[in-house]
Design a protein around this ligand. Structure first.
Ligand code: HEM
Ligand code: NAG
Ligand code: NAG
Ligand code: NAG
Ligand code: NAG
Ligand code: NAG
Length: 332
């Protein structure tokens, strides 16, 4: 084969590669940042004002709103299915019951948005914008939120019970749940950094404090002063709903102290600490934790990338689904 036909082959392969990549990109994100620019030009300002107000009365709401978007996206995609009321809904699934919060704040955002632009903005998009604003207003990074999601018609309680990662699971199981929705190991570690804000209740980590799995000792990856603080907060027959800060260093600040904590054995959840300690931690997760602890910029850029990927999971777009009038119920 001559030199020139070789380079022709290369060119054809290159063109094919570009075509495939572009197609993949289009499939991946049917959303764009200007989706509501004519139908609801004030949308971002309205949501921001509502989130600012909510955080004025309770800073923790930033964490709660971020978690709502995550719990929405992992179950049937980002379709606001978590917001649907009803005893068979996702709100009553184990990871959400007495745990997920912020539904009233979402209602107030939706009302303000409906007043300005009735019937055009999905509840799923409101969750995505509120999550971004919550991170930003907590001192974290900002990003342009892709928009155009539509709201789902069904909640999936079984899905919420099986698809959301749990603090009682192995690292392998948690990683599999991320991979199942198209996220990877980098996303597992960077998005776990969401635990730099917010709280966890005793029920989610008490098993680490006393006679772990019948071995007679607490979780030995838990640093001793935090261990004794948590034992005091969460005695064996104490209140399951007593709360502690996920990042004891800077609770309300979206920073990289979560990763410093893991290196110091101060991860509150077992699912946090296993990214760095125990026989389960992988070389890759350990080095990501160290990288994020050393570089706030690296954490922020990987977190933003992860949030955008998470916001693109399994979307309803175009004429699929609907624009709910009330985030709690499907339109009649
Ligand atoms: C890696 C797997 C994950 C597990 C096992 C997990 C588990 C948990 C648990 C058990 C809590 C405490 C809930 C309670 O006590 O009521 C919690 C809180 C929280 N999670 Fe996660 N989570 C994970 C990933 C994520 C991700 C990806 C995000 C978002 C990017 C996130 C954001 C939050 C936030 C902000 C809170 C605090 C909520 C509040 O204070 O209201 N988590 N998580
Ligand atoms: C954004 O997406 C919508 C729906 O797919 C489309 O109508 C609109 O033209 C897009 N805007 C831009 C700037 O691509
Ligand atoms: C609910 O989620 C499960 C995955 O756990 C899935 O198999 C099922 O099809 C979903 N059901 C609905 C109604 O979307
Ligand atoms: C995860 O995906 C991102 C792109 O979204 C990529 O930059 C990163 O290297 C991937 N990580 C792993 C461990 O494959
Ligand atoms: C730990 O729990 C196991 C079984 O759950 C029990 O047999 C054992 O006696 C306990 N050890 C201590 C020191 O409490
Ligand atoms: C928080 O972390 C910083 C270093 O990142 C350290 O100087 C400070 O003492 C820590 N504060 C607490 C309360 O742990």
């Amino acid at each position: 084969m001559s030199r020139s036909s070789n380079s022709n082959v290369s060119f054809v392969l290159f063109a094919l590669f570009i075509t495939i990549s572009c197609t993949a990109l289009q499939v991946k994100s049917q959303l764009n940042t200007s989706f509501y620019s004519t139908t609801c030009p004030t949308l971002l300002k309205i949501v921001r004002r509502q989130v600012v107000n909510a955080l004025k009365s309770e800073m923790r709401m930033a964490a709660s709103l971020l978690r709502l978007h995550f719990h929405d996206c992992f179950v049937n995609g980002c379709d606001a299915s978590i917001l649907l009321d009803g005893s068979d809904g996702e709100k009553f699934a184990l990871p959400n019951l007495n745990s997920a919060r912020g539904y009233e704040v979402v209602d107030s955002i939706k009302t303000a948005v409906e007043n300005a632009c009735p019937g055009v903005v999905s509840c799923a998009d409101i969750l995505a914008i509120a999550a971004r604003d919550s991170v930003l207003l907590s001192g974290g990074p900002s990003w342009k939120v892709l928009l155009g999601r539509r709201d789902g018609l069904v909640a999936n309680q079984t899905g919420a019970n099986t698809l959301l990662p749990s603090p009682f699971e192995t690292l392998d199981a948690i990683i599999s749940k991320f991979i199942a929705v198209g996220l990877n190991l980098t996303d597992v570690v960077s998005l776990s950094g969401g635990h730099t804000i917010g709280f966890a209740k005793c029920a989610t980590f008490r098993f680490r404090l006393f006679n772990l799995s019948g071995t007679g000792v607490p979780d030995d990856t838990l640093e001793s002063s935090l261990l004794s603080d948590l034992q005091t907060l969460c005695p064996l027959n104490g209140d399951d709903n007593a709360n502690t800060e996920l990042d004891q260093n800077s609770t309300d600040l979206f920073d990289n102290h979560y990763f410093d904590n893991l290196i110091a054995g101060k991860g509150v959840l077992r699912s946090d600490q296993i990214l760095f300690s125990s026989s389960e931690a992988l070389e890759e997760t350990k080095s990501l934790v160290e990288g994020y602890s050393n570089s706030l910029n690296l954490f922020f850029s990987d977190f933003v990338n992860g949030m955008i990927k998470m916001g693109n999971i399994n979307l309803l777009t175009g004429s699929n689904g609907e624009i709910r009038n009330n985030c709690r119920v499907v339109n009649s």
